[in-house]
Design a protein around this ligand. Structure first.
Ligand code: GLN
Length: 293
């Protein structure tokens, strides 16, 4: 195929980037399109940022040009860049993603980094349970950070469990995966219970981006408007029954339900602390069974 068929003016790096900006800036904003460019050059050619900055006059070969062409078409259809590239970096782990699993978010990464900083001794001595694991990102990152802890991860979706298993394997960690409904409860005793369950209310759909609505699994996102805390009730009851006395529960939350979620934990005898993410939003709650932990 020659370059004309691909709409690129040439196979020069500078022209590839220019066309991306021309066609995508209106949809995404120029900063994000520059980031896409960096991610694609890294994924397709293994170039880092500096190499890209200093190689504007170089050319790529036809087969790579074709890949940029399809990536551009996909981005115009709101396909997430993470699906185009096929993976996400999450706490130093490479997590493969597909339409079967929620793309790991930077907010979740921040929560996991906070757990790693905060709970070392506690989780070392008890097991870790990750509920609604999806891609397995939380479980895998925690197992990497705490190699001696036993990590169990649960998800209702067989396809998600399959992806999570492959991710654990490719990151060289052992996680015990269980296919099951969190609403039905779990077995065992744990030093840390962690979860990023579905928490987006149906009525919030209208504020969401097409890349999320069309490509992230609805099963991992949405809860009914009349019962938005259904997973948190189940998780709270699991924590009451399966958290070691000195253990901690950490849950990612819907920022608009922070008060209600804290109240639910408090009403069930837990001591919640609310944490704000890097965007300034109430994003996760840590809770213990005794005060001052
Ligand atoms: N934070 C996710 C979003 O972007 C939602 C994750 C979840 O429902 N657990 O919509």
């Amino acid at each position: 195929m020659n370059t004309r068929n691909l709409r690129f003016r040439s196979n020069r790096v500078r022209d590839i980037l220019a066309l991306m900006h021309e066609e995508l800036d209106g949809m995404y904003g120029s900063g994000e399109v520059s980031a896409f460019g960096e991610m694609l050059f890294e994924a397709f050619l293994g170039w880092d940022r500096v190499r890209l900055l200093t190689s504007r006059e170089q050319t790529v070969d036809q087969s790579d040009l074709l890949r940029f062409h399809w990536a551009l078409e996909d981005l115009k259809r709101h396909r997430p860049i993470q699906h185009i590239i096929g993976h996400v970096d999450f706490c130093g782990c490479r997590i493969e993603v597909s339409p079967d699993v929620l793309i790991p978010r930077p907010e979740t990464e921040e929560m996991v980094e906070w757990i790693v900083k905060s709970y070392e001794l506690r989780v070392m001595s008890g097991g870790i349970l990750d509920l609604c694991t999806g891609s397995g990102c939380i479980a895998i990152a925690l197992k990497k950070a705490f190699p001696t802890a036993e990590v169990t991860a649960v998800d209702i979706s067989p396809a998600a469990i399959e992806t999570a298993r492959l991710n654990a394997e490719s990151n060289g960690v052992e996680v015990h995966f269980v296919e099951g409904d969190v609403l039905d409860g779990v077995n065992g005793s744990y030093g840390l219970i962690v979860s990023n369950p579905p928490y987006v209310m149906e009525k919030e759909r209208s504020q969401m981006q097409p890349n999320v609505l069309d490509y992230d699994p609805a099963l991992a996102l949405f809860v009914p408007d009349d019962d938005p805390l259904r997973f948190y009730r189940a998780i709270t009851s699991i924590a009451q029954q399966h958290l070691a006395t000195e253990g901690a529960l950490v849950v990612e939350i819907n920022e608009s339900l922070a008060e209600e979620t804290c109240a639910l934990l408090r009403d069930n005898g837990l001591y919640p602390t609310l944490h704000i993410d890097f965007r300034g939003k109430a994003r996760w709650i840590s809770a213990t069974q005794t005060i001052n932990r």
